[in-house]
Design a protein around this ligand. Sequence first.
Ligand code: HEC
Ligand code: HEC
Length: 335
Amino acid sequence: MLNFHKEHKNLVLTAGGVFIALSILIAILPAFQMQKTEPIPDEKPLTANERVGLHVYVSENCMACHTQQVRNIEMDKVWGSRPSIPSDYFYSKQRMDVWRQSPSLLGSERTGPDLTNIGVRQPSEDWHLLHLYNPRAVVSASVMPSYPWLFREVDSSAVNKGDKVVAVPKELFNKPGRKIVASNDALRLVDYLKYLKQTELPGGSVDAFIPALKKIQAERTEGGGQALDGGKLFSQVCAACHQETGKGVVGAFPPLVGSAIVNDANSEKLIRIIIQGYNARPDYGVMPPFGDQLNDAEIAAILTHERSSWGNAAPAVTVEDVAKIRQYVEMELNK
Ligand code: HEC
Ligand code: HEC
């Protein structure tokens, strides 16, 4: 028997041996295994700009509150269409520089939402910039800090052609003749946030990863028969900008309450705005198009909700109305 009490060598050698064995088992072998990771076929590499944004993300320590990992459990299903796999991180694996390893952005704190799929959930640059300038401008109860140092205040006359002016509501910034301009860091950070999209796995192989997938699909088809809930869809898709109250954010996203376009008995312009997006006024941001994300029935349900809520009282929009306008829009595009 080894005598640990009298022979210190035995103690040191045994502890040392166990330490080395465990290091090989839990650090070195997995590291070799990770080298074999390949990107998913459709996965896009980071562009130079997006990589700069990744560095800003790391230096601002956004991962203190945001994860980038969808776990294979029910409650994570809102953050992506499948659980994350090692290949998802292929392009952030590159070293940051000579001194620093690739950053681990999986995160462990989820004070704010998971950002794995934020590029899909929120593709609007205007929204992201205003949110970074002051999260309370778009999400009134947000506890996320503001990042004013990513923006510059300049004289209106000093705004250059390439500068991105941020549409900030008057309550937050009201100095006549002055404007808020996004810094290069802010723009690159938003490039990176818009890059964050879950890559679809090549057809069919999904099942192996997601036992819950069949259940999700079944729910979708079952739900398909029932009437769509326009209010719920509005909360999911539109409220981030136009707010749950429909009042919008003055100076950035227009109110839908009392809007002449929303209440117009002829719904053509309204439907076009949803399908094609809208950028009519310089004092507001840009509304992204939703034609690809929402089907005709969903658009009809959302618009009917908008036209009958918060005091608005206009006739319902039908699926046929939307289908007709979509056809016009497609015809115009094919000309
Ligand atoms: C103190 C914790 C905290 C830090 C640090 C933080 N956030 Fe947030 N973040 C939140 C919370 C809470 C929310 C949810 C409320 C909101 O949307 O503002 C949020 C929301 C977001 C959203 C919207 C997510 C969605 O699904 O709508 C984005 C994008 C975001 N944060 C990006 C960032 C970036 C980029 C940084 C670093 C510059 C950062 N956050 C730093 C707490 C934080
Ligand atoms: C990323 C932010 C954003 C989201 C999300 C968004 N919008 Fe908009 N929306 C805007 C902006 C900005 C404008 C104003 C554009 C302009 O006038 O130049 C606008 C304008 C509108 C208008 C015209 C209102 C008026 O009176 O001028 C309607 C109607 C509208 N949006 C409906 C919707 C609906 C319905 C959804 C959800 C399917 C939605 N929006 C989602 C940003 C957004």
